[in-house]
Write a protein that binds this ligand. Structure first.
Ligand SMILES: NC(=[NH2+])NCCC[C@H](N)C(=O)O
Length: 580
C-alpha cells in the first residue's frame, strides 16, 4: 500500500494524455494541511515554467485527464496550479482492513529487492566500546531492519579495527602479563581501557618496550605464530565485550557479521599492484599515493591519498579499497551503506574516487557514505565523563536502566518486581536509542537524561506507553485482536486522519531506506501515537451506547495502530511491553 506511488502513476498517465513532455516530474506530495486535501500533485507549475505556459491552465488539462475516481472523492486546483486530492473514506476503510490482515501491515515487499551491504558499528578493538560507537551501531541497525522489512537482501558487515600498529604494543604488554601469571579474564583484559592505558604508558615511558612493540608489529604482519596467538587472544576478549554491548542494545549484529580489517590482509598486495599498473597510484617520497584532482584544494593542489606507506606498510585506506572490491565485485552489492562519523568524510570520498577509477567499485554499485554528527554533553562539547574521560557504552546503558527504574517507581503499579525490572530495561535502552535516532543523522545533539526518559513528548517511554494504552483496550474488551474481522467504516474526521497515517508507513520506510535516516520513522511513530490520542478522545470505542459495528470498526483501527507502533519501534530496535 503506497498511496503516493498510486498517485504518481495516475499523474504521469494524465500528464502524458494532456500532452506534457514525458520527463515531467509529477511532484506528488503528502498535503501539509487538511484544507489542501490528503495529497497534492504539484507538477503543473514546473512543467508550465519549462513550456512557458500558464500553470493553472496546465493543471486544468491534467485534471481533465486524471482518473482517480477509484480512490478520491474530490480533486481541485488551488493557488498557482496545485492539484489537491481528497481521498475517499471508503478507499481508506478498505485499505485499513487489508493492512490489518496483512503480515507486514500497510507495507508491501519491494518489487525489485536489492543486495545491500551495510557497514556499521565497526569499533576499533584496541579499546572498549564507548559512546562514540552508539550512533554508528544503532542508526545502522535501524536502517538494516527497515531494508529487510521491505524485502532487500542485507549483508551486515562489522568492519572492526583489529589491525594496525597499536596491536604491537598491546600484545607485547599482554605477553608480559601472561608471563607474570596475571589472570587474563578477571584482571588483565577485564577492563580494556585500563589495559590500553597501561600498555600506552609503557610504550611512552619504559625503556626498550617501544622497540619490542614495533618488532611485534613486524612479526605479526609477517605471520609469526607466537604473535598471532597473542593477537587472537586479545581480539577474542575484545569481541566478547562488544557482543555483550550488542545484546544489551538489542541490535541484530552477531559474530557472523564480523568482517574485520584483517580479513583483507591477503588482498592488499594485489590492490597496490593494480593501482600501480593502472598508473592510478604513483610513488611519492617512497610511499604510494593517489593524487585526486577532483578533491583539489582552493590553490588547485590535488588531494593526496596515501595507499601504501614508505616502508611498504598498508593502511586503513588500503583495507577500505579491498573492502570495495569485495563488496561490489565479489558480493555483487547494488548499494553499500557506510555509517561512520562525519569526520571521516574526506577519507571515504578518496576511497570512492580511487576505487571507481580502478574498477574496484562497479558503476552499478552505489557507494553511500552515511555520516553522523557528534553526541554532545550539556556543555556543548563532545560527551565525556565528569572527569573528562570517554564514557563506556556499557556504563551509559546501565545508568539509563537505573534511571528508568527510578522513574517507573514513581508510578503506581501492581506489577511484580520481575516485570518491573524488565520494563525498566526496555525503557532505559529504548530511551537512549530513540533520543539518538530521532535527531537528524547529520546533526550534533545534546545528550539529556531528563528529556529522553520523559513520558511526555517524542520519547521512547511516551511511545511505549501509548502502545500499552492501545493494548489495554483489548484487555478491557476481551476481544481477541488476532481474530478481529470487522468491516471498517471511516466516518469521523479523526478516523480519517488516523487511517491515512496508518497507510503511510511504506512511504515513510522508503524515505528512511533511501536516505538512511531513521529520524523520519521516529517522527512518524510520534505523530501516529498523537493522532491516536486525539482519535480516542473524539471517537469512543468501548463506551456504552456505541453501536457494535462502530465499536468493531474502531477496534480494527486500534489494532492496526498497536501493530504499527510495535512494528515501527521494532524497526528502530526498541522493545514494547503489554503493561507498564
Ligand atoms: N569501512 C570502514 N572504514 N568502516 C568504518 C570503520 C570505523 C573505524 N573502525 C573507526 O572506529 O573509526
Amino acid at each position: 500500500m503506497n498511496i503516493r506511488t498510486i498517485l504518481v502513476e495516475k499523474a504521469i498517465a494524465a500528464m502524458t494524455a494532456a500532452g506534457l513532455p514525458e520527463d515531467t516530474n509529477p511532484a506528488v506530495t503528502q498535503s501539509t494541511r487538511p484544507q489542501f486535501g490528503d495529497y497534492q500533485i504539484n507538477g503543473a507549475m514546473g512543467a508550465a515554467k519549462k513550456m512557458k505556459s500558464n500553470p493553472r491552465e496546465l493543471a486544468q488539462k491534467i485534471i481533465d485527464q486524471l482518473d482517480v475516481s477509484d480512490i478520491a472523492e474530490k480533486t481541485e486546483i488551488a493557488g498557482p496550479g496545485f492539484i489537491n486530492i481528497h481521498l475517499k473514506p471508503e478507499f481508506l476503510a478498505q485499505s485499513v482492513q487489508a493492512a490489518n490482515n496483512h503480515a507486514k501491515l500497510a507495507v508491501n515487499e519491494h518489487a525489485k529487492p536489492q543486495k545491500v551491504v551495510v557497514d556499521y558499528s565497526s569499533p576499533n578493538l584496541a579499546k572498549e566500546m564507548h559512546v562514540g560507537h552508539l550512533r554508528s551501531t544503532i542508526i545502522g541497525d535501524a536502517v538494516v531492519r527497515a531494508l529487510e522489512f521491505r524485502g532487500d537482501t542485507v549483508v551486515r558487515q562489522n568492519h572492526m579495527g583489529d589491525w594496525g600498529t597499536q596491536f604491537g604494543m598491546l600484545i607485547a604488554h599482554l605477553e608480559d602479563q601472561i608471563n607474570q601469571g596475571v589472570d587474563l579474564d578477571t584482571v588483565a583484559l577485564a577492563d580494556l581501557e585500563t589495559f590500553y592505558r597501561d600498555a600506552k604508558k609503557r610504550f611512552d615511558d619504559e625503556e626498550g618496550f617501544a622497540d619490542k612493540a614495533r618488532n611485534y608489529v613486524v612479526k605479526l604482519q609477517s605471520g609469526d605464530a607466537h604473535c598471532e596467538k597473542l593477537w587472537k587472544l586479545f581480539i577474542a576478549t575484545s569481541v566478547k565485550h562488544s557482543e555483550e554491548v550488542y545484546k544489551r542494545l538489542n541490535v541484530t549484529l552477531t559474530p557472523a557479521d564480523i568482517m574485520a580489517e584483517s580479513a583483507y590482509n591477503s588482498e592488499l598486495n594485489d590492490i597496490i599492484s593494480l593501482l600501480k599498473d593502472k598508473n592510478i597510484a604513483v610513488e611519492s617520497q617512497g610511499a604510494q599515493v593517489v593524487f585526486l584532482d577532483e578533491l583539489a584544494n582552493k590553490d588547485g593542489e590535488p588531494s593526496a591519498f596515501i595507499v601504501q606507506k614508505s616502508g611498504g606498510g598498508f593502511l586503513y585506506a588500503t583495507t577500505d579499497l579491498a573492502a570495495c572490491d569485495y563488496r561490489s565485485n565479489k558480493l555483487g552489492a547494488e548499494r553499500i551503506l557506510i555509517f561512520v562519523d562525519a569526520r571521516q568524510s574526506l577519507h571515504f570520498n578518496q576511497v570512492e574516487l580511487t576505487a571507481r577509477k580502478a574498477g574496484l567499485l562497479r558503476d552499478e554499485t552505489s557507494y553511500e557514505f552515511c555520516p553522523f554528527g557528534t553526541m554532545m554533553g550539556a556543555d556543548g562539547k563532545p560527551f565525556k565523563t565528569r572527569t573528562g574521560g570517554t564514557v563506556k557504552l556499557a556504563d551509559l546503558l546501565e545508568e539509563s536502566i537505573t534511571r528508568a527504574a527510578a522513574k517507573l517507581a514513581e508510578r503506581e503499579s501492581d506489577l511484580s518486581d520481575e516485570d518491573r525490572s524488565e520494563i525498566a530495561r526496555k525503557v532505559g535502552i529504548g530511551a537512549v536509542k530513540y533520543a539518538d535516532l530521532s535527531k537528524h543523522r547529520t546533526s550534533d545533539y545534546i545528550f539529556n537524561w531528563d528529556s529522553m526518559l520523559s513520558f511526555e513528548g517524542a520519547t521512547a517511554p511516551y511511545l511505549q506507553y501509548a502502545y500499552t494504552r492501545v493494548r489495554s483496550i483489548f484487555r478491557k474488551s476481551g476481544v481477541d485482536a488476532a481474530s478481529l474481522k470487522a468491516d471498517v467504516s471511516i466516518i469521523e474526521p479523526q478516523e480519517k486522519t488516523l487511517a491515512l497515517k496508518l497507510l503511510q508507513l511504506e512511504e515513510v520506510l522508503d524515505l528512511m531506506i533511501n536516505e538512511a535516516t531513521p529520524h523520519v520513522l521516529c517522527g512518524y511513530l510520534y505523530e501516529l501515537a498523537s493522532l491516536y490520542m486525539t482519535f480516542y478522545e473524539a471517537c469512543p470505542v468501548l463506551k456504552e451506547g456505541v453501536e457494535p459495528s462502530v465499536r468493531d470498526s474502531r477496534l480494527v483501527l486500534c489494532n492496526l495502530v498497536a501493530d504499527t507502533l510495535k512494528t515501527g519501534l521494532d524497526l528502530l530496535g526498541i522493545e514494547v511491553m503489554e503493561q507498564m
